[in-house]
Design a protein around this ligand. Structure first.
Ligand code: DGL
Length: 265
């Protein structure tokens, strides 16, 4: 039986999911957290549905060994392609990032024109498009895969000519057409300023923020909020020694973390 002092489990294909951890820490500072990044098999964004379901299942099994009380699927690609499967096979609450971002976008879009950007697999799965239209069929959805945003964010490249050219290349077909944009990938919040500067006045939905609120709601509903006052434990696991882990942690989490442990799943 899990209780409040058990950790929240978060997994991602790599370190981008630290953007989700960061938002969860902000609104649930007392929670113990186990973060798992599947750095050996990154990127998920160009892989098949079968591969993503297999990897995601293994990731949840690893987190369950750490006795997590719920699982947050920080990866948009896993949330798009594996969430239904994970929910059907595991008893622990499993939360993905898609619905949280979609609900916010549908709520704020006055023009009923929403853009969503993500990896090739996320956009190809149609998950965002379907969920938006399930809430409101009159909304026009512009979906665009932006694969080069991931390496830019990982390089810590957030401004300058390469970034603005890449932003323009991907988003010129969207500019002027929408009032809301969903950042449908763990890495994209890092490029938020560059994207906002190009899509002037467009409301940016950061799924990481939205999912943090939902995490809190799920813990409250299941009476799983951590009520102990001990200093919260943060554990980090990866499947391959990520190059420049400390640099990446600073980019995505904006603080230093202990070195992660390398594990096999
Ligand atoms: N974490 C992935 C996502 O949010 C991006 C990186 C990858 O392709 O694995 O879709």
């Amino acid at each position: 039986m899990r209780n409040g002092s058990n950790p929240i489990g978060i997994f991602d294909s790599g370190l981008g999911g630290l953007t989700v951890l960061r938002e969860i820490e902000k609104i649930l500072p007392q929670e113990n957290i186990v973060y798992f990044g599947d750095t050996a098999r990154l990127p998920y964004g160009s892989k098949s549905k079968n591969a993503i379901i297999k990897f995601s299942t293994q990731n949840v099994l690893f987190l369950l060994k750490k006795k997590v009380k719920m699982v947050v699927v920080a990866c948009n690609t896993s949330s798009s392609l594996a969430l239904d499967y994970l929910k059907s096979v595991f008893r622990v609450p499993v939360l993905g990032v898609i619905d949280a971002g979609v609900q916010k976008a549908v709520m704020v879009s006055g023009s009923k024109k929403i853009a969503v950007i993500g990896t090739k697999s996320t956009i190809g799965s149609g998950s965002y498009q379907r969920r938006i239209n399930a809430l409101d069929r009159d909304i026009k959805v512009y979906a665009k895969a932006c694969p080069l945003f991931v390496p830019l964010a990982e390089e810590g490249l957030t401004k300058g000519e390469i970034v603005s050219n890449t932003v323009r290349m991907y988003l010129k077909s969207i500019r002027g057409k929408v009032d809301t944009l969903i950042l449908g990938c763990t890495h994209y919040p890092i490029l938020k300023n560059a994207i906002a500067a190009y899509l002037k006045g467009v409301y940016m939905v950061d799924s990481a923020k939205e999912v943090a609120f939902k995490t809190k709601v799920i813990l409250e509903e299941n009476s799983l909020i951590n009520k102990t006052y001990a200093v919260p434990r943060k554990e980090f696991y990866v499947t391959d020694e990520p190059k420049e882990f400390m640099k990446m942690a600073r980019i995505f989490l904006k603080r230093q973390v202990n070195k992660p442990r390398v594990v096999n799943v």
